[in-house]
Design a protein around this ligand. Structure first.
Ligand code: NAD
Length: 499
């Protein structure tokens, strides 16, 4: 039986009115599990009005009062962890332990947001001139929106709304159409935690909803995470309509393996970071770059049996290491890239295209794929595949290895595996990528630092969460104040020049 989902607006679930619906799939069975209402422009407009009405009272609360809501929300999410993770596994297809881990990473941002009173402290300069003090404060923007991708339906929304709401904004979340149940439950939990109605609205929709959010003058800022073409579009359209925009895009993350690296450790890292979540992570490692033939041969010898042995199964089975891909369309796209790699002349060492799972013949499964002898002119190297496909690009020298991620059009994450501190330090300084791991394959920064790539992996000036998140969701006001009586400056005809 397929469930008809709703929106969560004004503190309650509301049915869609547009008459347009999208299908939600269970990727393990391949069946439609739900119908999702796709909001019309008029529904988005009403939601913006609702969020705007909630902004005044919410922003007037003290930062401590807002932080207390975040503390309660944190506890509620922890209590409902299993339900949230199950929604993710059922609609996205990632295995339960991974789904739980992703909720936990989102919760870390909520924990950061619990400390918002400290983050919102302004700056104060006493007595900058006789009797004059200068201070600045950070104020919320108003109604802000977040548009999120399918691959992290809990974590990415929490990156955004936890900081935005704690700063005093009201937030409209437009989650991915593919896995909306988890974001809807998060909105419900925020209400239960004490956020007044309208502080977090969760509106489902597609391009029509996104375009309305991007063009409506009542929306002050838009945070986007998704693929690069849409990120570019969101950035350009939002900015053209006078909004503050941060838009994170796709990736092609390299892992450099130097000859002195611990190859067993490097292999473990590549298996986890390449095939975990079926490669559907913006920080997944999709390119391994061994330096030197000996390193490459030894690495390949370790990788091949491990990729063949990946335990692929239902996203809910406790022993699955890798679940299905999110939709049939995406599965076909990823398989298409494997076909293309073969045509382009790369050597397919492990072919997972024909993986079938007994009992789940209609599920969106494929096995892990491993390519050797991939070169930088191939499309399977240049483009984001977003599936369980690892490409090995062999290089001769450290400089060649450094060049690959630095010259790639994406610049989200990169890792280097080595025992040589000097080489690692040189690499981290010179590589043209936003997030770097040293013997850490997926260097996703913790919430009190910030997340963001370079080049075509991110558009806009500010990263997600941490201090940058607070800066994105607030505007600075600077006050110059003279209070003491008895000081007469007289009429000033020159530009004020405080002494
Ligand atoms: P997507 O770009 O297809 O969708 C993202 C959001 O944009 C969704 O909410 C969707 O409804 C909306 N959207 C889609 N097409 C649109 C259009 N034409 N106009 C307006 N809005 C539109 O991305 P996805 O497939 O959901 O997610 C996977 C992508 O996200 C990958 O490229 C991955 O690398 C990227 N990603 C990046 C980061 C990061 O921080 N850099 C994190 C997670 C995922």
């Amino acid at each position: 039986m397929t469930e008809e989902l709703k929106h969560f607006v004004g503190g309650k679930y509301v049915a869609g009115k547009s008459g347009r619906f999208g299908d939600i799939y269970n990727p393990t069975t391949g069946e439609v599990s739900g119908k999702l209402p796709l909001a019309s422009a008029a529904e988005v407009s009403d939601t913006i009005a609702n969020s705007q009405a909630a902004f005044g009272p919410w922003s007037a609360l003290s930062p401590q009062a807002r932080a207390r809501v975040m503390f309660r929300f944190r506890d509620l999410v922890e209590r409902r962890m299993d339900d949230l993770a199950r929604h993710i596994s059922n609609e996205h297809g990632k295995v339960l332990s991974d789904a739980r881990g992703s909720v936990q990473r989102g919760l870390e941002v909520v924990e950061f947001a619990c400390g918002i009173p400290h983050q919102l402290k302004g700056e104060f300069s006493d007595n900058v001139s006789r009797g004059i003090d200068l201070y600045s404060m950070r104020q919320p923007l108003g109604v802000v929106a977040g548009i999120t991708p399918f691959n992290f339906p809990a974590m990415v929304p929490m990156w955004m709304f936890a900081v935005a709401i704690a700063c005093g904004n009201t937030f409209i979340l437009k989650p991915s159409e593919k896995d909306p149940s988890c974001p809807l439950l998060l909105a419900e939990l925020m209400m239960e935690a004490g956020a007044p109605a309208g502080v977090l609205n969760c509106l489902n929709g597609d391009k029509e909803a996104v375009d309305t959010l991007l063009t409506d003058p009542r929306v002050q800022a838009v945070s986007f995470v998704g693929s690069t073409p849409i990120a570019q579009y969101v950035y350009a359209t939002g900015a053209a309509h006078g909004k503050r925009v941060q838009a994170m895009g796709g990736a092609k993350n390299h892992m450099i393996v130097l000859p002195d690296a611990d190859l067993d450790q490097a292999t473990d890292a590549l298996i986890g970071a390449g095939y975990g979540s079926a490669g559907e992570r913006c920080m997944a490692v999709s390119v391994a770059v061994p330096v030197g033939k000996k390193t490459a041969d030894a690495l390949i010898a370790r990788l091949v049996p491990r990729v063949r042995a990946l335990k692929i199964g239902s996203s809910l089975a406790a022993d699955s290491e890798m679940g299905p891909l999110v939709t049939r369309q995406h599965l076909d796209k990823v398989k298409g890239y494997v076909d293309l790699g073969v045509k382009e002349g790369a050597k397919l060492l492990v072919d997972g295209r024909d993986q079938k799972l007994q009992g789940y013949e209609n599920g969106f499964f494929m096995g892990g794929c491993l390519f050797d002898e991939v070169t930088s002119d191939m499309r399977i190297y240049r483009e984001e595949i977003f599936g369980p496909v690892l490409s090995v690009v062999r290089t001769e020298t450290f400089e060649d290895a450094l060049k690959l991620p630095s010259e790639h059009e994406f610049g989200n994450g990169v890792a280097i595996f080595t025992r040589d501190g000097d080489a690692a330090r040189d690499f981290t300084n010179r590589v043209q990528v936003g997030m770097v791991g040293v013997n850490v394959p997926i260097p996703v920064p913790l919430s009190f630092h910030t997340f963001g790539g370079w080049k075509k992996s991110a558009f806009g000036d500010t990263n997600q969460h941490g201090g940058e998140g607070v800066r994105f969701y607030t505007k600075i006001k600077t006050v110059t104040a003279r209070w003491p009586t008895g000081i007469r400056a007289g009429a000033e005809f020159n530009i004020p020049n405080l002494k």
